[in-house]
Design a protein around this ligand. Structure first.
Ligand SMILES: [Zn+2]
Length: 378
C-alpha cells in the first residue's frame, strides 16, 4: 500500500501551524468548563468540515467531550486526543503561541494540541485521497485527561472495546520515541484516629494519631520495589492542632505507580490489611487505582513492529520507550485492543513554561498517523 509521504504533510506545515496556533491560543484548563467548551465548539466546527458526523457528549462538571465518526460502526479505528491543558486562563497573555526557528512554543502546544492538529490534518488528507481513509474512523477528543478522565473514562472504554485499534496522539518522548509501556497510577489515603488529651495534664490518656500514622508512613514507603517498577511516595501529611494537644486525627496522601497489575493487587491487599500499631488508635487506608498499567506485552510488541516498519517506509527511525506517567492509553490496554501511544509531536517540557514542539516532527508524525490508519484496513 502506498502511503502519503512526509513531503505531502511538509507542504501543509504552514496550515498545520496556523491551526495549532489557534488551538493553543484558545485556552482550555481542565477545570474551566466554559473555556474548554468554547474550544470544543471550535473543534466541532473544524471537524464539521470533514465528511462524517460530530457528536457532543454534554458534561456538568468538566468540558463536553467530542466524538467525530466516519464510515460506520464496523470495528472503527479510534484516535484519542484530549483538549484540556494544565495551564490557567491568562497564560497565553504572557506566553502566546510563537514559532522560533524549528521550535513552536505555547501552553499545551505539545500536550497535546499538536496531537489534535495532527489528527485533523491526517483525516483531512485521507479524505482527499481516492477511497478515503479506507476503514471506519472515530476521533474522540475528551476534556478531562489532565485530571484523571473521570467523566470520559466510560466513553473511552466503550469506544475502545469496539475498535480494531486505538491511536493515542499524546506527545512523543523528547527523542521522538513512542510510548510502549506506561505505569499504572493510583493513590492511597491513610487515615488514623486517636484520642485527644492535654499533652501535660493527661498525656497517658491520649492516643496519638500522628504516632500511629508514622508506623504506616514507614510501611508505605517500604512498599517501593524498583526491581518490579513499583514506586510509592508519601507526598502529603496532615494531623494535629497544637503541640500541647495529643492529636486525635492524622492522614497521609500517597501516590503509587506500578508496571504490573499484580503489584497493584499487592498494594490493595496491603491497604486492606492494615491494623493499628499504637494501642487504642484506629487506622483506615483507602486504595484507588486511577489508571491501570499498560505493560509492554506481546500485543504491544506487534503494534510497535507495525509502526516501526511504516516509519522505515516513510524514511525515519521510530524508537520506543517505557514511561512512568499514565494516559488514556492505560484504559485501553486492559481491554486487549491494539493501542499505540506517544504518536503526537516530538518536543519537551510538557506541563512547564518551557514546553515546545519540534516543528518538523509535525509532518513526519502526521504521515505516520495517516499510514497507521490505513494499515489497519484488514
Ligand atoms: Zn496529555
Amino acid at each position: 500500500m502506498s502511503h502519503l509521504p512526509i513531503e505531502f504533510f511538509a507542504r501543509r506545515e504552514a496550515e498545520m501551524l496556523a491551526l495549532l496556533g489557534e488551538l493553543v491560543n484558545c485556552e482550555s484548563p481542565s477545570t474551566e468548563k466554559p473555556a474548554v467548551d468554547a474550544l470544543g465548539r471550535r473543534l466541532a466546527e473544524i471537524l464539521g468540515g470533514l465528511p462524517g458526523t460530530v457528536e457532543t457528549f454534554p458534561q456538568t462538571q468538566s468540558g463536553n467531550h467530542l466524538l467525530y465518526r466516519w464510515g460506520g460502526d464496523d470495528r472503527p479505528l479510534l484516535i484519542l486526543c484530549h483538549m484540556d491543558t494544565v495551564f490557567d486562563l491568562g497564560t497565553t497573555a504572557q506566553r502566546p503561541f510563537r514559532v522560533e526557528g524549528e521550535r513552536a512554543y505555547g501552553p499545551g502546544v505539545l500536550d497535546m494540541k499538536a496531537g489534535i492538529a495532527m489528527a485533523v490534518t491526517a483525516l483531512r488528507a485521507l479524505h482527499e485521497t481516492p477511497g478515503g481513509p479506507g476503514l471506519p474512523v472515530q476521533l474522540l477528543i475528551n476534556s478531562d485527561e489532565e485530571i484523571g478522565s473521570t467523566s470520559s473514562r466510560a466513553l473511552i472504554e466503550k469506544l475502545a472495546a469496539q475498535a480494531r485499534a486505538v491511536l493515542v496522539l499524546e506527545p512523543a518522548t523528547p527523542s521522538g520515541a513512542i510510548k510502549t509501556s506506561r505505569k499504572g497510577v493510583g493513590d492511597l489515603r491513610i487515615e488514623t484516629q486517636g484520642t485527644a488529651a492535654h499533652a501535660g495534664a493527661a498525656h497517658a490518656e491520649g492516643r496519638n494519631a500522628i504516632e500511629e500514622l508514622a508506623h504506616h508512613i514507614l510501611a508505605a514507603q517500604a512498599l517501593t520495589d524498583y526491581s518490579r517498577g513499583t514506586t510509592v511516595n508519601v507526598g502529603v501529611i496532615r494531623g494535629g492542632t497544637r503541640s500541647n494537644v495529643v492529636p486525635d486525627a492524622a492522614e497521609a496522601e500517597v501516590d503509587f505507580r506500578v508496571t504490573q497489575m499484580e503489584e497493584a493487587l499487592r498494594l490493595e491487599e496491603w491497604a486492606r490489611s492494615r491494623t493499628p500499631q499504637v494501642v487504642g488508635t484506629g487506622v483506615r487506608v483507602r486504595y484507588e487505582l486511577n489508571r491501570p498499567p499498560m505493560p509492554r506485552d506481546t500485543l504491544m510488541e506487534v503494534c510497535y513492529a507495525k509502526a516501526f516498519a511504516l516509519a522505515v517506509q516513510l524514511g525515519f527511525f521510530l524508537n520506543e520507550e517505557a514511561v512512568g506517567g499514565a494516559s488514556d492509553a492505560n484504559f485501553v490496554a486492559p481491554l486487549g485492543v491494539p493501542v499505540l501511544d506517544g504518536l503526537g509531536a516530538v518536543g519537551d517540557g510538557a506541563h512547564s513554561d518551557r514546553e515546545f514542539i519540534m516543528v518538523p516532527s509535525l509532518a513526519e508524525r502526521t504521515a505516520l498517523v495517516a499510514a497507521l490508519i490505513q494499515s489497519w484496513q484488514e
